[in-house]
Structures are given as C-alpha cells and as structure tokens.
Design a protein around this ligand. Structure first.
Ligand code: ATP
Length: 269
C-alpha cells in the first residue's frame, strides 16, 4: 500500500483581481515572490538574497490559498500544492521520498511555487500532531534540508500556511527558511465590500441590493463566509422561484439569517 501520489503541477487561474481586501499581504508577496522570480538577474547584479520561504498565517477562509495561487500566476510560475498531513506517512522513509520528489519536481518545472498548507500539523509536540512524533520530526528535517538546499535564485519559492502560527515548529521559522511572516486577517468594511463585489460579479443583482449595507452588517465575516452568503442569497432566490431573474436584498436578508461569521473575537490576532 502506498500513500505516494503523483506531484500535481498546476498553472493557477486565480489572479489579484479575484482577491478582496488583502492589499498589504498581496504587496508583500509581490515584492517577495513575483519580483525575484521575474527579475533574477537584477537581484543577482545587486547581490540581494531573495527569501525562499513565506508563512501566511491567519484564520481559516481568509484567502491564504488564493494569495499563493495569485502570486504564482502573476509571476508566471508553476504551482504545486500539498497539505502537510499528506506528507505524514507511517511507512518508513516514504514521507522523505515524497518530499524529495516534491522538491525535485518543483526544480524541474521552475519557476515554481510550492504551497504547503496546514504547516502546524508538522509539530510533534503534545498530542497536537496528526502523525507520530518520529514521523513529523523526520518530515520537518527533510523539508528543512530541502529548503537549505534550494540555492538562492533557483526560482523555487515555498509558501506555507497556517491557522495556528504558535504551533509551527520554530525550526521552520529560522532565517533562510519560512522567514517572512505575512498576516492574512479578516477583512475590514471596505475589504468586505470589495469581496462582495467579486463574488456577485456574475450574479444578476436586483437594484435594491445594497452591497455597502451588507458590508456594514457582516463584521468579522471572512472571505469564505462572504462567498457563502452570496451563494445562499442566490439559492434563496431560486427557492422563491426557479424562474427568478435577479437576486434581491430580501434574498440576502434570508441568507444573513443562515450565515454567521466563522471568526470569533478571540481568534483574531
Ligand atoms: P484555510 O486556512 O481554511 O486553508 P484559506 O485562508 O486558505 O483557508 P482560501 O482557501 O483562500 O482560504 O479561501 C476559501 C474561499 O473563500 C476562496 O476560494 C474564496 O472563494 C473565498 N475567499 C476567501 N478570502 C477571500 C478574499 N480575500 N477575497 C475573495 N474571496 C475570498
């Protein structure tokens, strides 16, 4: 039995236009990833060491995956995504082999972004781990060795993501590893309006729909919550009539009853 998978390389179809309200995070990624991947010669000429690893942290559903995809697309880089928990194989040596294949493939298809989600599941300590302690330790060490081996300007960048930055193994955060921390938080009111605009762009809205009022009333909603809200509003319109031609403010009112902010005040950094 083998948990080994083919390494899937994609060219993401998410761009900056699909992301609302994360201007500061987007700007940091642009500068840190897009600029060096697109202009390696300029970096070499000036002797600048570009970062190899970025850690996106913040509550679930705030757009971390979207950001990683968008920066890859805009940098015209390939994109390989993996969940940390998928790397934890109990078969001896298999995790290491899988990581080696992951990085080998990334070098082959460079420029390439490797996206590692759920980075916090690689912590062996205190029963928080999905895997066994020895396995997670070997996985972390293998990732570190691979990242240390990435030569500067080799055009492979690693982006990690976590909802629980406090649980990320400190060894992963040292210089030359995931040394750029980028907070991806819940959107503020203008951010929510932007996101509502994105997710209703292909929705025929009745003229009574007031997105600004909806943005006002959706404090602490994440991007994923807002997407859910627009979807539910659409469904409410269909429930009213299968012949519905527009989605109305009343449909959004119905949707609001069923949609809650998934982020509580305590979860905010
Ligand atoms: P997790 O931590 O659970 O992996 P995440 O932060 O990676 O979550 P995404 O997978 O990027 O979240 O977002 C989930 C979905 O929510 C997206 O596909 C998108 O539809 C919507 N979404 C989240 N954030 C935003 C945003 N800032 N702008 C537009 N849409 C968003």
């Amino acid at each position: 039995p083998s948990a080994m998978r083919e390494v899937m390389v994609q060219v993401p179809n998410v761009g900056w236009d699909d992301i609302g309200g994360l201007d500061a995070a987007a700007e940091k990624l642009r500068e840190g990833v897009e600029l060096p991947l697109k202009n390696p010669k300029a970096f070499r000429r000036l002797g600048i060491r570009p970062a190899k690893g970025f850690l996106l942290y913040g509550p679930p559903g705030t757009g971390k995956t979207l950001l990683a995809k968008a920066v890859s697309k805009e940098a015209q880089a390939n994109f390989i995504a993996i969940k940390s928990s998928d790397l934890l194989s109990k078969w001896y040596g298999e995790s290491e082999q899988q990581i080696a294949r992951l990085f080998a493939r990334a070098r082959q298809v460079a420029p390439c972004v490797i996206f590692i989600d759920e980075l916090d599941s690689l912590v062996p300590a205190r029963g928080t781990s999905a895997g066994e302690p020895q396995v997670t330790e070997r996985v972390v060490n293998t990732i570190l060795a691979e990242m240390d081996g990435l030569e500067e300007l080799q055009s492979v960048v690693v982006i990690g993501a976590t909802n629980r930055p406090n649980f990320v193994d400190p060894a992963l955060l040292r210089p030359g590893r995931f040394d750029e921390l980028i907070y991806v938080g819940v959107p503020d009111k203008p951010g929510r309006l932007h996101i509502l605009g994105i997710h209703t762009a292909r929705m025929p809205l009745d003229k009574d729909v007031d997105l600004a009022a909806l943005a006002e009333r959706t404090n602490r909603f994440t991007g994923a919550d807002l997407e859910d809200l627009t979807r539910r509003a659409g469904l409410a319109a269909l429930r009213g009539s299968l012949k519905a031609k527009t989605v109305t403010m009343a449909n959004f009112e119905t949707a609001l009853i069923d949609t809650r902010a998934s982020v509580t005040p305590e979860m905010e950094a």
